[in-house]
Write a protein of this length. Structure first.
Length: 55
């Protein structure tokens, strides 16, 4: 059975350099904060968070 996982993420973009974003993302559901150096890295962080096993 397949289902979609959901999460709430707060994205704070500090600057736009080299045609991409840099900043912090907070996973509100777990109160975890990570920095990212590109929009692609941001998407990777969110994807990994939603694909983690539930504890």
């Amino acid at each position: 059975m397949s289902y979609k996982k959901e999460g709430t993420f707060v994205v704070h973009v500090n600057k736009n350099e080299n045609d991409t974003w840099q900043g912090q993302v907070t996973w509100a559901d777990k109160d975890e904060k990570l920095s990212f150096r590109s929009a692609m890295e941001l998407m990777s962080i969110i994807d990994a968070a939603l694909n983690t096993e539930e504890e």
